[in-house]
Design a protein around this ligand. Structure first.
Ligand SMILES: [Ca+2]
Length: 81
């Protein structure tokens, strides 16, 4: 039982990097913020409504925490490489 729990934790740790999408992966002009235009490069089907949903602070840019939250919520999925 205990061994299984530890195993599950290890799997979760190794699974995390594959799941995460960094702002630097999407940010093409290097300002550490993701605009709708930059997001559209990686997500051509992304609507402005969905972008606004991801941009929870409403500043028209997506930061690291908003990006992570959107991935965790399944609003967007990390594009396959
Ligand atoms: Ca940018």
């Amino acid at each position: 039982m205990r061994r299984a729990a530890v195993g599950a934790m290890v799997v979760a740790l190794f699974a995390a990097p594959a799941f995460s999408l960094m702002v630097s992966d999407v940010d093409t002009d290097g300002d550490s913020l993701v605009s709708f235009a930059e997001m559209s490069v990686m997500y051509p089907d992304l609507s402005e409504d969905t972008f606004a949903q991801i941009d929870t602070s409403g500043d028209s840019f997506v930061d690291e925490s908003e990006l992570t939250a959107a991935l965790e919520a399944g609003t967007i999925v990390k594009p396959s490489e």
